[in-house]
Design a protein around this ligand. Structure first.
Ligand code: NAD
Ligand code: G3P
Length: 344
């Protein structure tokens, strides 16, 4: 009998826990606030992040990491990415050696600049043969409503990815597999930067041409950095690349996109971040991506300007001519050299 643990009860963690529980797996969802765990367990609904969706009997909520982790077939890590390491350290005493561990968060650890599975590898003994990462165009409320969705799970060991694909697949959640862990993970993390920019473009009412060009150049920027960091270039044409970029940049459901629109209206970043419990990972990811770009000597003009908007209060309207009037260049410049020079 397969049993599941989900660590992190925000919108995505709750959605994944519901998916697994509705498949009939006994699933335990971990919430880090004890009183909120009790409240959610009592109400049988996550009223804050996923209102209106009733929990089946197979889904239990707890604030005990032991209950959420011990003896499970698979656990999914769905905390804010900057909290990944501390949560892993806390749950490690309860983690059985055979439990599969899947990252479902999209971010890069500040300071270390590690991807989430790199953090998993550092914290979990003998992790390589049992860890994986899940990504793709997965706006949580659509998945929770069982709307048809595609995703990708990447693992170093192909059989592990296949095993996890089997556990996650449903009639509304089609999962592909990959062995390109860096590509899948960087695609998912870096698209949040571009989604904030797309929100700014929407907020400034610059139109669809502008947004399409911006997404396209965003993909070029993600690909350049990803390839330099060891990703397979083709991954950025897949679920975790163009797939997630389209969903997140186009949808008003995206929290990163929403943040961009609020910035365009003149709201201050600190006020926006204080006004919500939801995570918009793109802001911290911009900081980390710029440091990675410096490490790999990759140009990221969009991320640089967004960094100036976030951290130096650059007026978004002033950023636009800077992008438009950069030195003209060939469309594939930079991508080709990264491809030839990268490990991908
Ligand atoms: N929401 C989506 O549609 C979606 C889809 C795919 C991936 N993701 C990714 O999943 C991750 C989690 O996002 P989400 O949407 O589930 O969360 P959310 O933004 O809906 O809520 C944030 C959650 O983080 C929890 N939290 C805060 N501090 C914590 C700590 N110290 N330890 C553990 N938990 C803590 C909060 O209690 C809350 O449950 C992010 O990396 C996000 O990018 C989200
Ligand atoms: O709401 P966002 O911006 O965190 O995006 C959610 C998912 O990552 C979309 O795939």
């Amino acid at each position: 009998m397969n049993t599941m643990g989900v660590i992190g009860s925000g919108a995505w963690g709750t959605t994944l826990a519901l998916l697994l529980a509705k498949k009939g797996y006994a699933t335990t969802l971990w919430e880090h606030h004890a009183d909120r765990a009790l409240e959610t367990q009592r109400r049988r609904e996550n009223t804050e992040f996923l209102p209106g969706i009733h929990f089946p009997l197979t889904l239990q909520v707890t604030s005990s990491l032991e209950q959420a982790v011990a003896g499970k077939t698979m656990i999914l890590m769905v905390t804010p990415s900057q909290k990944m390491r501390e949560n892993l350290r806390s749950l490690l005493p309860f983690l059985a050696p055979e439990t599969l561990v899947v990252n479902a968060s999209k971010g890069i650890e500040l300071d270390t600049l590690k991807r989430m599975t790199e953090v998993l590898e550092e914290e979990i003994p003998n992790a390589r043969a049992r860890i994986a990462t899940l990504s793709g165009p997965n706006l949580s409320s659509e998945v929770a409503q069982e709307k048809p969705t595609g995703a990708v799970v990447a693992a170093l060991v192909p059989e592990v990815a296949i095993q996890i694909r089997t556990l996650l697949t449903t009639h509304y959640f089609r999962v592909y597999t990959s062995t390109d862990v860096p590509g899948v993970e960087l695609g998912g993390a870096l698209k949040n930067i571009i989604a904030i920019g797309a929100g700014i473009i929407d907020g400034l009412e610059f139109g669809e041409n502008a947004k399409a060009a911006f997404i396209t150049r965003g993909l070029a920027e993600i690909s350049r950095l990803g390839i330099a960091a060891g990703a397979n270039p083709l991954t950025f044409l897949g679920m975790a690349g163009i797939g997630d970029l389209v969903a997140t940049c186009a949808s008003p459901l995206s929290r990163n996109q929403q943040l961009g629109r609020r910035l365009a209206r003149g709201e201050k970043l600190t006020e926006i971040l204080q006004s919500t419990h939801s995570i918009a990972e793109g802001v911290t990811t911009t900081r980390a991506a710029l440091q990675l770009a410096a490490r790999y000597q990759v140009e990221m003009p969009i991320a640089e300007l967004l960094g100036q908007i976030f951290f130096d209060e650059l007026d978004p309207l002033k950023a636009v001519p800077e992008l438009m009037l950069r030195d003209p260049k060939g469309e594939l410049e930079g991508i080709m050299s990264a491809w030839v020079g990268g490990k991908g």
